[in-house]
Design a protein around this ligand. Structure first.
Ligand code: 13P
Ligand code: SF4
Length: 311
């Protein structure tokens, strides 16, 4: 029974006792973002996980992110507060089907979004994040055929932006798919001139209305330098916490789903992590990420390729 415990104080005590670092994604609850040692996008979190000298990484994000930390830092104990914190993109790409897809395109390399399982990383050549995809793609010779998965929205965006012909896996993020173009246009009409920022996991009908498209970090950087006093944000709305903290006089509005509000765009997987579960994870060092060594080494190759090509 955790009632009556000062969870923040207990987490701080355990963080020191365990020599732990707490890494959090921008889609985590505000109280978790606020206590984390580092908050970032997928690429920054991977780099932090690789560079830290802590003994324990408490990863407040989703499972593929914690697995990436373990792949890059196998000697560390990596805990994820809730092992059910998955990702719809990962679920949309079972490794056996991905292997069959690769086999259909024997002359293509697999450039794969980090939002996938360790097994799919092991089947891939180069991993990308939304903040590194364009730079990495620019380093691949134009004549090289490329399979891109699992996110067809990010893949479609990259193909349109760079003019490259990518062979797309048909996966989507349920959160970014839920934005409604009709409701977004209504919101834009209510706030004339307010810029729209969007994550590239959104479908093209949403991205077409965006003034800026980028990773969570890119979106935050845009907000910090934004013109005007109102911004419409088409990504998971917990990121707005960082914007409101840094710019308390400005107005940030989450883009709506079909029901006209932005609550349907909360990532249900990210939301599984709570202060209680983080406390228990640090106390008991479980749920712990474990990856079979042969699989880890295979998956590490495509992540290492990302790290060296991301610049
Ligand atoms: P970022 O790398 O932009 O933080 O994206 C992670 C993610 O899961 C978006 O849904
Ligand atoms: Fe996966 Fe979408 Fe949640 Fe990101 S927002 S973790 S892509 S389900």
């Amino acid at each position: 029974n955790l009632a009556g415990l000062d969870l923040r104080a207990e987490i701080d005590r355990l963080r020191t006792e365990r020599n732990a670092v707490i890494l959090a994604h921008y889609y985590q609850k505000p109280e978790i973002q606020d206590l984390a040692d580092f908050v970032g996008d997928s690429l920054d979190l991977s780099r932090k996980a690789q560079a830290t000298d802590a003994d324990v990484i408490a990863f407040c994000g989703v499972r593929f992110m914690a697995e990436t930390a373990k792949i890059l830092s196998p000697q560390k104990t990596v805990v994820l507060p809730d092992m059910d914190a998955g990702c719809s993109l990962e679920d949309s790409c079972p490794p056996e089907q991905f292997a069959a897809f690769r086999a259909q395109h024997p002359d293509a390399i697999a450039l794969t979004y980090i939002n996938c399982s360790t097994a799919v990383k092991a089947l891939s050549d180069v991993i990308v994040t939304s903040s590194s995809a364009e730079a990495i793609l620019a380093k691949i010779p134009p004549e090289q055929k490329i399979i891109f998965g699992p996110d067809r929205n990010l893949g479609g965006y990259l193909a349109r932006k760079t003019g490259r012909d990518l062979i797309l896996w048909p996966g989507v993020c349920i959160v970014h798919e839920a934005f409604s173009e009709t409701e977004l246009l209504k919101l834009k009409a209510e706030h004339p001139g307010a810029p729209v920022v969007a994550h590239p996991e959104c479908p093209a009908v949403i991205l077409d209305h965006a003034d800026y498209v980028g990773s969570t970090r890119g979106i935050l950087e845009y907000a910090m330098a934004m013109p005007g006093d109102t911004l419409i944000v088409a990504t998971e709305p917990h990121i707005i916490h960082q914007m409101e903290k840094a710019l308390p006089t400005k107005r940030f509005i989450g883009a709506p789903g079909a029901d006209g509000n932005c609550n349907c765009n909360i990532c249900p997987y990210m939301a599984l992590n709570t202060m209680e579960k983080l406390y228990l994870a640090l106390r008991d060092l479980t749920p712990r990420i474990e990856i079979e060594e042969g699989l880890r080494l295979e998956a590490k190759k495509s992540l290492d390729a990302m790290m060296s090509m991301a610049g």
